[in-house]
Ligand binder design. Structure first.
Ligand code: GCW
Length: 698
């Protein structure tokens, strides 16, 4: 037995060297490739587990390789049936881990190891997931490019001219990806962009999906695909893609059957329909429910689901923020039980700050799942350090009041208030082939945070940041001189955590404070473009539509006398938002067109307050730079220098945001910049000429 074990370790060691060799990274992993899963100095442990399945083998292997508890302790892994354990939840018992599913055991193992590494207690307790489906959405195209991706080429798809054959590098990446996801409880992934190509459903692509699914399966991860609604005509050669047409229905049935013959545990479809030019049921005079149900019926016999996106807005309505609600509310109750409506966190589009979408809690007879954006499309791409958990915590804790006080977005979507058949949450992935996976070392924290919140939607961003920092940076503690090792918490953990926790508000401040939104330069969504109003472009694709600045004031009037979007919220929120005096100031310009001289709670005028926010945001980034410079002795050189240089760029770009917005809005306010605000250092005419090169790198 001992010899077998020894041999096993040798094979593992050779494998590890192979893995590292393939990527060409230093053994220390200072490029960030290890994510939060740094190899541990493990001590021996005995494992009692009768099962030999792929999932359980991984669970055992993880324990053996990373155990940092009592030397030679015995840990029992028991798949049983306990009514208090839900779904893939688990229980820590006096002897080990118990779960009702094998995936539950795996999640229990990862949590146990996490607690050992972060010095948290392990008591007898039950941990159940908040959401049953915890899924990443990759906006990866079949040619390997990634829409809104800032970390290189797709890990799944290759350039058109390249072969579709699966290489050993592919398998290694997918396995590392699966492991990282499983370690935070993510159990599903959509492999391609919601702006879907019909060819994803053709055989060569399905074969590659199968290869991916085979690697992900032992980590408890199901595979899903985004589909183009017009696939029957575009791929199948039919005359129509009308969801009520019998041939169309048959085409989808056969396609689904084919998929399941290749991937028996396939998860289902994600659909973007009648949105931003994508085809959908409305092209044939049908409703979203007609379209979603037709696909749901095809998937039902195999246990598959449809995630149907509510991200819709026509150019006709005068307020884009109202439209998802206006289109979907009348359909509540009309969807099959294997349809989940996927709703972006805010009513417009992943902005630095939005109030929650009014669909949460309002659709009471339909499963509704939040869609979060992990990739930082509107939050600084992979250049800026912005920890998004703070934003998601704000969303999940927002009270909708739909079923009385305490009906938070978290509870309205996790099944604890409405008896929805499925509960789910999605995050648009920020993952690419970059050595550090996410482009920015700290963007890894957002992937981590999504998984942790999907597992437990009551976690605080503070706790998540703390965990992530300990897991990601503490491995280097061992190599520190004792005088540094002893004050690691005080001199590294606390200041860096503090920086992470402040980073989202800082970004809101230097980009669009007080409820401003979507004043980005067109297309790239990185820098400012409040002046943009090109002729011939849909008004709701131009910043001036959103800020509506004039000599009176600034902001979008969504009150009862304006677009009336406030009425989509349940009382007391509708009245609270409707009244300028009671509207929370963080949403003021979202709901109101406010005079430049309006007195804010601070006693300052709106104009002064706006300038102050821009200034504060910029100064915060300067503080982040200082914080990071001071922790240099605690961080390996590569990661230190990378983050330092990105913070420098962030500061430069935050200055552009501040100067551009203050100088642009000043043309309307015609008021002086308050004396306690640092004067802009750039000229508006120069800032308006900046173009950003948007080619992604690979
Ligand atoms: O945020 C916008 C993005 C598009 C994206 C769209 C969507 C995938 O700018 O790139 O398309 O939302 O969510 O469908």
């Amino acid at each position: 037995m001992k010899r077998v074990f020894g041999l096993y370790m040798l094979v593992l060691a050779v494998l590890m060297m192979h893995v590292l060799g393939c990527r060409g990274v230093s053994v220390k992993g200072e490029d960030g490739h290890y994510l939060w899963l740094y190899p541990q100095h493990a001590v021996p442990v005995k494992i009692l587990c009768s099962g030999q399945t792929a999932i359980l083998s991984i669970a055992k292997q993880e324990l053996l390789q990373n155990w940092r508890g009592k030397e030679n302790a015995t840990v029992e892994l028991l798949v049983g049936s306990d009514k208090l354990i839900k779904g893939d939840g688990y229980k820590f018992t006096a002897t080990g881990i118990q779960a009702n599913t094998e995936a539950g055991i795996l999640y229990g193992v990862y949590e146990l190891l996490r607690r050992q590494q972060t010095n948290q207690p392990i008591q007898n307790e039950i941990c159940n997931p908040s959401y049953e489906i915890r899924i990443l959405n990759h906006w990866d195209n079949p040619d390997g490019s990634i829409e809104r991706g800032y970390a290189g080429h797709s890990i799944f798809w290759r350039k058109e001219q390249d072969s579709m054959d699966v290489t050993s590098e592919d398998s290694i990446r997918w396995k590392e990806y699966a492991r990282a996801n499983a370690s935070v409880g993510i159990n599903g992934t959509v492999l391609n962009n919601v702006n879907a190509s019909p060819k994803i459903l053709s055989r060569p692509y399905l074969d590659r999906v199968k290869a991916i699914a085979d690697v992900l399966r032992p980590y408890g991860i199901k595979t899903f695909l985004s589909v183009k609604f017009s696939s029957p005509s575009m791929l199948g050669g039919l005359k129509t893609s009308d969801p009520l047409n019998p041939e169309v229905i048959q085409w989808w049935k056969e396609k689904v059957k084919e998929i399941y013959s290749i991937i028996p545990d396939f998860g289902g479809f994600l659909v973007k329909a009648n949105s931003e030019g994508q085809p959908g049921p409305q092209d044939f005079g049908r409703t979203h429910a007609d379209g979603a149900n037709m696909l749901a019926d095809a998937l039902k016999p195999f246990g598959g689901i449809v995630m149907w996106r509510a991200f819709v807005y026509s150019s006709e309505d005068k307020d884009r923020a109202r439209q998802a609600y206006a289109e979907f509310m009348p359909l509540d109750g009309q969807f099959r039980d294997n349809v989940i409506i996927q709703v972006k966190n805010g009513p417009i589009d992943f902005q630095p700050r939005e109030p929650f979408s009014p669909l949460f809690g309002a659709m009471k007879k339909t499963s509704v799942m939040p869609e979060l954006q992990i990739t930082q499309e509107y939050l600084g791409h992979s250049v800026q350090l912005v920890f998004l958990a703070a934003m998601w915590e704000e969303l999940l804790k927002s009270d909708t009041y739909q079923e009385g006080a305490g009906s938070t977005v978290a509870h309205c979507t996790d099944g604890s208030i409405f008896p929805q058949k499925y509960s789910a949450i999605a995050g648009v992935a920020n993952i690419g082939l970059d050595a550090n996976w996410c482009g920015h070392q700290f963007a890894q924290a957002n992937w981590y945070a999504f998984g942790r919140l999907a597992w437990n939607n009551q976690l605080t961003s503070e706790k998540i940041a703390d965990e992530w920092l300990r897991l990601t940076f503490s491995a280097s503690v061992d190599s520190l001189k004792p005088e540094y090792r002893n004050n690691w918490q005080e001199h590294f953990l606390l200041p860096v955590k503090n920086m992470m926790l402040k980073s989202r508000e800082a970004a809101v401040d230097y980009m669009m404070p007080l409820g401003l939104h979507h004043i980005f330069a067109a297309n790239h969504h990185y820098g400012p473009g409040p002046w943009e109003a090109p002729k011939g472009v849909r008004p709701d694709w131009t910043p001036v539509y959103y800020h509506k600045a004039d000599t009176f004031g600034v902001g979008f009037d969504r009150t009862r006398t304006g677009s009336n979007a406030v009425s989509q919220y349940h009382e007391p929120l509708a009245s609270l938002f409707n009244n300028q005096a009671t509207c929370p100031e963080i949403y003021l310009l979202w709901f109101h067109h406010v005079s430049w001289t309006y007195r804010m709670n601070s006693g300052r005028s709106l104009w002064d307050e706006l300038c102050l926010h821009y200034d504060t945001g910029l100064k915060q980034v300067r503080d982040f730079q200082k914080t990071w410079d001071e922790v240099q002795p605690y961080v390996d050189e590569q990661r230190f220098l990378e983050v330092q240089s990105k913070l420098r760029e962030q500061y430069h770009d935050a200055q552009i945001w501040k100067d551009a917005c203050i100088l642009y809005f000043q043309q309307f306010s015609r008021l002086p910049i308050p004396p306690d605000v640092e004067q802009p250092v750039n000229k508006l005419e120069e800032l308006m000429k900046i173009k950003r090169n948007m080619t992604y790198h690979n």
